[in-house]
Write a protein of this length. Structure first.
Length: 360
């Protein structure tokens, strides 16, 4: 087992202290009284809540929160409720987080500057329901105190008793950092495969960017597990053979697709890494996955680490963890005539990519 105290000496724990104001309050019985035979529209009231301001006004804060999380996950991994950031990458991350916090403060000032006018604009959009909005409006001072963007950074070391006995589970959790990294990489790669690779025979250059982001993350944290280094080398071997412009297809695409399959398999990466460093690996009970199309989602989803994919897609609003005070936030029928089924021809042999490394 690695010296986990030495591992902890190489990381800084970053905790994000972010609180968002949802602009929602609970619907009270009197709010449900129909006006002109109608109930409040869905954009105003839903799931037991009513909105006191246009949700569009609050989108920048959600985006900034996700940007902070993504920045931490690009070079770090989740640990003790925060993020374990390699010391060598901390300064750059700190500057990035400072800028995001500054942008959040500017966005809050902009919101509060015309807060009353924004409320009135929302009321004018729902004039029939103006009364139920007005009695739920909170003062701008309350909004100012509820929207918070901050972060802290500390070093972590196991606590000991007076006789030198290590207590708590800090070392145990540190021992799981490598596994956590493999898990996060597999989830990010799986999401990228589904968005940019599944069902395709070629991809554009943008589909490579998420792989480079994944590789950066693994390289920054390779000291957590000896098996990570060989995976990074295999990523480099595949990327170096890709064309720098135009579509990626034929053998190069197959090699890239194979790499994505590997990166999407947490256990597969561990086995491949172990073989590369000379460890004995028992493959007798393992299934060799040749496609991700039928693989279900892993139990532990990695939220927040959003990677740019070849096919742009709008990211939906994810549930935002907030304080208790803000818990109110944001087939045709088959033909009747029998159809004669032709005898299927023998399927063609799948074209395989030439070996680019030790795992294919």
């Amino acid at each position: 087992m690695r010296n986990q105290t030495a591992v902890l000496d190489q990381v800084i724990l970053v905790n994000l202290d972010v609180n968002l104001w949802s602009g929602r309050t609970k619907i009270r019985p009197q709010d449900l009284v129909a006006v002109h035979g109608q109930l409040p529209p869905e954009d105003l009231a839903s799931l037991g809540h009513k909105k006191t301001i246009d949700p569009v006004e609050l989108r920048p804060f959600n985006a900034l929160k996700k940007e902070m999380e993504r920045s931490c996950l690009e070079v770090g991994t989740r640990f003790l409720g925060g993020y374990a950031i390699p010391q060598d990458h901390f300064d750059a991350l700190a500057e990035k987080l400072k800028l995001i916090v500054s942008r959040a403060e500017d966005a809050k000032k902009t919101l509060l500057k015309d807060y009353d006018a924004r409320i009135e604009g929302w009321i004018n959009k729902h004039q029939k329901w103006g009364s139920i909005i007005r009695r739920a409006v909170v003062p701008s001072s309350v909004v100012q105190s509820r929207i918070r963007f901050d972060w802290t950074a500390v070093r972590v070391s196991p606590a000991t008793t007076g006789d030198g006995e290590v207590v708590g589970s800090t070392e145990e959790k540190a021992n799981g950092l490598g596994t956590q990294l493999f898990r996060e990489v597999a989830q990010a790669a799986r999401e990228t495969y589904g968005k940019s690779y599944e069902g395709k025979g070629k991809v554009g250059q943008r589909a490579v960017r998420p792989i480079k982001t994944i590789r950066k993350k693994m390289e920054s944290l390779r000291f957590l597990d000896r098996r990570i280094g060989p995976i990074c080398k295999e990523v480099d071997a595949v990327l170096e053979k890709l064309p720098k412009t135009g579509d990626i297809e034929d053998n190069e695409f197959l090699a890239l697709r194979g790499l994505m399959i590997l990166l999407s398999d947490e256990a597969g990466m561990k086995r491949a890494g172990s073989k590369a460093i000379g460890d004995v690996v028992d493959d007798s009970d393992t299934d060799q996955t040749d496609s991700l199309d039928d693989v279900g989602e892993p139990e532990d989803s990695v939220e927040g680490w959003e990677l740019e994919t070849e096919t742009p897609c709008e990211v939906g609003d994810a549930p935002v963890p907030v304080s208790e005070e803000d818990a109110d936030s944001e087939e045709d029928e088959a033909p009747e005539e029998p159809v004669q089924t032709p005898v299927p021809a023998k399927p063609p042999q799948e074209k395989r990519a030439p070996s680019s490394g030790w795992f294919f």
